[in-house]
Design a binder for this molecule. Sequence first.
Ligand code: ADP
Length: 609
Amino acid sequence: MKNLIRIARIALTLKKQLFFNLMFNVLGMFFSIFSFAMIIPLLRVIFNSDESFFRNTIAEYQGNVTLNQDSILDFFNYKLAVFSLANGKESTLIYICIFLVSMVFLKNLFTYLSNFYLTNIVHLSVKDIRDNMYQKIIRLPMSFFSDEKKGDLLSRFSADVKEVEISIKATTNAIFKEPFYIIGYLITLTLISIKLTLFILIFLPVAGFVISKISNGLKKRTNQGQIDVGKMMSITEETLYGLRIVKGFNAQSQMIDKYKESNNRLFKVMVGISRRVYIASPVSEFLGVIATAGVLLYGGNLVFAGEIYPDIFIGYLILFSQLITPFKAISKAMYDSSQGISALNRVEEVLFEEETIKSDSKCLNINSFSKEICYSNVGFKYEKDWVLKDINITIKKGQTAALVGHSGSGKTTLADLLIRFYDVQEGEILIDGKNIKNVDLNQLRSLMGVVTQESVLFNDTIFNNIAFGLKKVSKEEVVNASKMANAHGFISKLDNGYETVIGDAGNKLSGGQKQRISIARALLKNPNILILDEATSSLDTASEKAVQEALDHLMKNRTSLVIAHRLSTIQHADIIFVVDNGKIVESGSHEELLIKNNFYKKFIDMQAI
Ligand code: ADP
């Protein structure tokens, strides 16, 4: 029940849709009861073909209608008798059938309308969840995304959201439809026979208890199932991403085994869940049959004793059989919601994840960059160990600062801190004297352009890749940026020029071409501060030259923080910071550092080898 309510709360925000859904459910319920109850007069007319029965009914009728069960039944019987005598039984039959068809038509019309609003409720809720999840993911700090999480996140987006969708539908019906049908039918059944209905009411809680027993334990298995789906998505994503390596290193069978292991575990969990779910339906049906047999026995005896007419009893049985459907739907909703709740938990883990990196309402404006970037006593760790410690560097406007050092020494981390992919844990980073934690995040990032080692391109046209993140960009601007990035030449030669779609992650282009597109993107953004992670992958000489020229254009008249690998960049930098094991061990110009004949000299000698 707790699960049902928690899931229903999602739909509660859509008050208008819920109101109409509820209204049409109630109307549908009325006409559903009427259409089934019509079976009673129908049987009465067919079973009593001589008129004496109806004459007796009229003779016995007392005439006063009060709100009690016998009086209401007598009233209907009397009306039917009068009508039948006046119009003849053939005509009565025709009228009853016309009435029945109209009732069924209206019932179905209202059922359709209620489903119409139910669909809105379900899909609007899910649409909101997806939108919110996507926006959250865009806003969450980089620290949230470790590699293993990607597949898991994808599965939260797809499988878990689907699960929530199914449970919202079942739950909305279980709360806003089925109880009304149950109440409506029970009232009608009570009107027909109090004794029989009391008998049912005693039996129902027993059935409810048995069903709730089955649902226990389902939640735990469901959780495990969802975690396994996440793991499998991770493996699939990793495989797709690294397919070249998987094939190149002949690791197919290893990956297949890894996948099979996860898949087998999922198989076992899912079979366990399905067995429990599938046992629910036959159990509730069997319980329904037991109840029906009880009603048949008890009601049959009432008929023998003359306490209830046979036609009314058959009508009662038919109405009673309809009572099983909403109960079944509610018990199914219980299962669905227990599955839905673990999916919802996983979705909400993302939705409610804390956004540690954001601008607060009182943040400072930073529209321009005029003096210097300053790291003051900066310390940072991803997990337990300090990755950077006691970093003190200053980069003046217009300077090119090169970070050099061995792989893993902390260069990328140092650069990532400037753009606030992560926040420092010690010290502060200042731009023109303003702590970057206190300035508007969007403004801060607009000051900067990033060119990463691996060109990040999207499966879109070249134009859109270059104009990425900017609004209202003209073709001319894109072409100019491409020309400066030495990219215009090869782009013009492509069949569709700037409108060429470059494939997933730009796979249709060569490494050098991808880099030049990334550089054109940065040139077009024209940032004050450039963060550049030079590619280490060796390009052929022609590409290398083209990329180098593009980079020279990009760095000209700009303040740049470059994670430098090329000797030419390092040599021409205004200031070089040598990073070793998370610390700045030396700084100065190329010549100064060579004279010192220490870390830098060794590093350069090693590069030369
Ligand atoms: P460099 O750019 O000099 O090669 P990095 O800044 O990438 O070095 O890495 C510095 C250290 O931080 C390394 O020891 C690396 O293992 C660790 N590191 C990098 N990224 C993460 C991360 N997302 N989570 C945990 N540790 C990380």
